[in-house]
Design a protein around this ligand. Structure first.
Ligand code: HEM
Length: 159
């Protein structure tokens, strides 16, 4: 029997999914940009992939917000929001989740998925965010639009 088949019936009780340090190790290992904020809107966690992406965006982020990207974790998430009151309202209502938005730093367009984290009683205990770099999709989209535009104007010669 394979390891996967063997572990499936017990997956809910598996140490990897029940122990806090193992769950943290799973978040650390994810090849996705993950951020976690508490109910006071402090950034309490960014996984290594997120730190790596922020480091790559170091210049544009520092110049947009005046915050050193290495000091992301530990302070308010609203250091990065142009209109903190609007974001506070969105986060304050438990009904706005999941929520997605896109924004651009320099050449990079980030797609962000924001969700509420709830405990087993359904109470909100924080927020989690995943960022995806959408720059490539955007470039491909622009290219498709420009080729489609050329095809409309001159159907015989689309190159
Ligand atoms: C767990 C952490 C975070 C949470 C919960 C959060 C939450 C939000 C929410 C709810 C929005 C509004 C989306 C909409 O308009 O529908 C937003 C927008 C935005 N966020 Fe965050 N955010 C987080 C971290 C960050 C970080 C680390 C950055 C930048 C480095 C950032 C930059 C932005 C920007 C630029 C916008 C566009 C609107 C604006 O500038 O105010 N956020 N965020």
């Amino acid at each position: 029997m394979s390891m996967l088949t063997k572990s499936r019936p017990n997956s809910k009780g598996h140490a990897l999914m029940t122990q806090a340090d193992s769950l943290r190790a799973v978040l650390d290992a994810l090849r996705a940009n993950v951020f976690v904020a508490d109910m006071d809107h402090n950034m309490i966690y960014a996984n290594p992939q997120a730190i790596e992406s922020l480091t790559a965006l170091h210049g544009p982020i520092d110049s947009s917000f005046g915050v050193d990207s290495k000091e992301m974790v530990g302070g308010s998430i609203h250091r990065f929001h142009r209109d903190p009151e609007r974001i506070k309202q969105l986060l304050g209502s438990g009904t706005n989740f999941p929520r997605h938005a896109s924004f651009t730093f320099g050449e990079t367009t980030l797609h962000t998925e924001i969700n509420a984290v709830k405990n087993s009683s359904g109470e909100m205990i924080g927020y989690c965010v995943v960022w995806t770099d959408a720059s490539w999709d955007e470039k491909v989209g622009d290219l498709v639009d420009s080729v489609a535009g050329r095809a409309d104007r001159d159907p015989e010669h689309v190159a």
